[in-house]
Design a protein around this ligand. Structure first.
Ligand SMILES: *Cc1c(COP(=O)(O)O)cnc(C)c1O
Length: 230
């Protein structure tokens, strides 16, 4: 089942990319496996999944211990500065950097470990009070400042529009993220590397692809509903 779901989502991604006139392979699927057991990860891997998204440091850390040498793990959830030590140098990409303080903590840990940690800047794209992410008006200045840090590399932006049943509602937010990306590009040190837009989930990934997403984070449509009572 998980295998079939993964293949079906991948096929829909290819279709959406084609419709949008984008190159095959320009969009990567990240299977969001938070709250799901390793056995589910192994099943998705049978269908070709290599990239997995996780939200909780403790759970992510345990999965890295077990399977971190086989797969690429992405930190997509809110990250506290005192927890960076558990994941820096072990995850391929941290999607959720939303303050200079957090960027500096990651940089410091990466320096200690003698690695360069790839990150994305998370934008609170609808400027919701309840959401994590840097305010969209402050995003460019955060990118400018974080670009000075030597042990992180900023690959792009991440955003999560307000929850909705209608994917079209997300479209203007995806457009806005792309505009911020273009505006910020002139301030980053490694311009060619600054090309990733992490946006689109189960409900809206096809619209996100039409608006330029390069990384889509899909959980429910692959692994089924999540049970948070774990
Ligand atoms: C849980 C989560 C997802 C996956 O959401 P689905 O709707 O289950 O596809 C994607 N991105 C983030 C940041 C998440 O927390």
């Amino acid at each position: 089942m998980i295998k079939d779901n993964y293949s079906e989502i991948n096929a829909r991604i290819l279709e959406a990319a084609k419709r949008a006139g984008r190159e095959e392979g320009s969009v990567k699927l990240i299977a969001v496996s938070k709250t799901k057991p390793l056995s589910d990860i192994y099943e998705a891997a049978e269908a070709g999944a290599m990239d997995f998204g996780e939200n909780y440091v403790q759970e992510l850390s345990a999965k890295l211990d077990e399977a971190g040498d086989k797969y690429r793990f992405h930190m997509i959830g809110h990250l506290q500065t005192n927890k960076v030590k558990y994941i820096v140098g072990r995850v391929c990409l941290i999607h959720s950097v939303d303050s200079l303080k957090l960027a500096m903590a990651i940089d410091k840990e990466a320096s200690k470990r003698n690695v360069i940690q790839d990150i994305l800047i998370e934008i609170n794209i609808a400027d919701e009070n309840s959401k994590t992410g840097i305010d969209s008006s402050e995003a460019v200045s955060l990118i400018k400042a974080a670009s000075e840090l030597e042990h992180i590399r900023i690959l792009g932006l991440m955003c999560m529009p307000p929850a909705t049943d209608d994917p079209e509602t997300s479209r203007p937010y995806f457009k806005k993220a792309r505009e911020i990306m273009l505006e910020a590009k002139e301030y980053v040190k490694d311009k060619p590397a600054f090309c990733e837009l992490s946006m689109g989930m189960t409900g809206d990934f096809e619209v996100a692809i039409e608006e330029g997403a390069t990384l889509v984070r899909v959980g429910t449509a692959i692994f089924g509903k999540r049970d948070y009572h774990i």
